[in-house]
Design a protein around this ligand. Structure first.
Ligand SMILES: Cc1cc2nc3c(=O)[nH]c(=O)nc-3n(C[C@H](O)[C@H](O)[C@H](O)COP(=O)(O)OP(=O)(O)OC[C@H]3O[C@@H](n4cnc5c(N)ncnc54)[C@H](O)[C@@H]3O)c2cc1C
Length: 299
């Protein structure tokens, strides 16, 4: 299908984009980044914006930078750039692996980390990885910059704490010690789209062989990415082993209202509940495999 007609504006800077957003404040304008969610939605007639404000050429929004204790990802950083960055695989392994598992090579070359997080599709891969990484979302609006802790960011399906007049400009991920953390992401991809029917990200801080702290989160199961706190609690203080992993993964659905589990043509809620336990276990097993192994390289 063809989208309905719309105005096209190309922003050259964040300030320029904010001013265009203000200019179109009374109309239905959308930011265009990689276009890999927005354009299919427009072509299928589900969205008909009056105007597109193209932020995809703003250089200041692109790139990966280490800044002391954090790794900063500009909103326009592509999944391929994340996947190719050694600093990501070493210091934010779960996020790097989630980017590596997205869609196919075309999607990974065009899709942006900012678009993925701002769009908040329940089946996207990066929201759980950002939650498990304990990241921060940085947004720019008319009043300047603000930082939103990821635990406060995802609200419901396609809805986040971003205000209508804000642009997500960067993600900040705590840089983890290569030898003191393990991260992993495991997903059951949809056979048709590659989106996550269920995806689980784990980030564990280790003290020797013992789990000092755990952050574990899932996509695909609920209307937005959620932490699996009972699994985190079951692992904290334990030695990571096949037994402790199997026991902890059984708690994956403990805190979730099973009436609200996603239920669609791809998978029933009962199946998703089962997948959640299985993929929690797989992500943790992958973490265990990495405890004494070097960080994985992209294949
Ligand atoms: C065939 C196919 C397979 C896919 N498979 C997967 C998959 O396996 N896993 C996965 O996670 N995703 C998948 N995707 C979706 C893809 O990851 C999208 O790129 C992503 O959801 C949106 O990022 P984008 O840069 O393309 O954003 P766009 O499509 O340009 O924008 C999406 C929405 O976010 C808003 N937005 C974009 N950037 C910003 C910003 N900086 N600040 C505020 N709002 C912003 C836009 O206004 C729009 O409303 C797939 C897409 C396709 C077409």
């Amino acid at each position: 299908m063809y989208p309905s007609s719309f105005e096209y504006e190309r922003a050259e800077s964040v300030e320029d984009a904010l001013s265009l957003m203000d200019q179109y404040a009374d109309e239905n304008a959308e930011l265009l980044a990689g276009g890999h969610s927005l354009l299919p939605t427009m072509k299928s007639g589900l969205a008909s914006p009056d105007a597109l404000i193209d932020i995809g050429h703003i250089d200041e929004l692109n790139g990966i930078e280490e800044n002391g204790e954090s790794i900063n990802l500009g909103a326009l950083t592509s999944y391929s750039a994340v996947d190719d960055a050694e600093t990501m695989w070493n210091g934010a392994t779960a996020f790097a692996e989630a980017a590596h598992r997205i869609g196919d090579v075309q999607v990974r070359n065009r899709g942006t980390v900012g678009g993925n997080i701002a769009h908040a599709d329940p089946a996207s891969d990066l929201p759980a990885a950002l939650l498990a990484s304990d990241g921060t979302v940085v947004a720019h609006g008319p009043d300047g910059e603000r930082s939103i802790p990821v635990d406060d960011f995802f609200e419901t399906m396609y809805t986040t704490a971003l205000a209508e007049d804000e642009i997500l400009t960067r993600l900040e991920l705590p840089k983890r010690g290569q030898n003191s953390h393990v991260g992993a992401y495991a997903k059951k991809p949809s056979p048709s789209s590659g989106y996550a029917m269920v995806g689980v990200a784990v980030v564990l801080e280790l003290d020797g062989e013992s789990v000092d702290s755990a952050r574990i989160a899932a996509n695909g199961a609920m209307d937005h990415a959620v932490r699996l706190e009972p699994v985190e609690e079951a692992l904290t203080g334990e030695t990571l082993s096949d037994e402790t992993i199997a026991e902890a993964a059984e708690h994956a659905t403990d805190d979730l209202d099973t009436m609200l589990l996603m239920d669609d043509l791809q998978a029933s809620s009962e199946f998703r509940a089962q997948l959640l336990k299985v993929y929690t276990k797989r992500a943790l097993e992958s973490g265990l495999d990495r405890v004494n192994a070097p960080a994985p390289a992209a294949d």
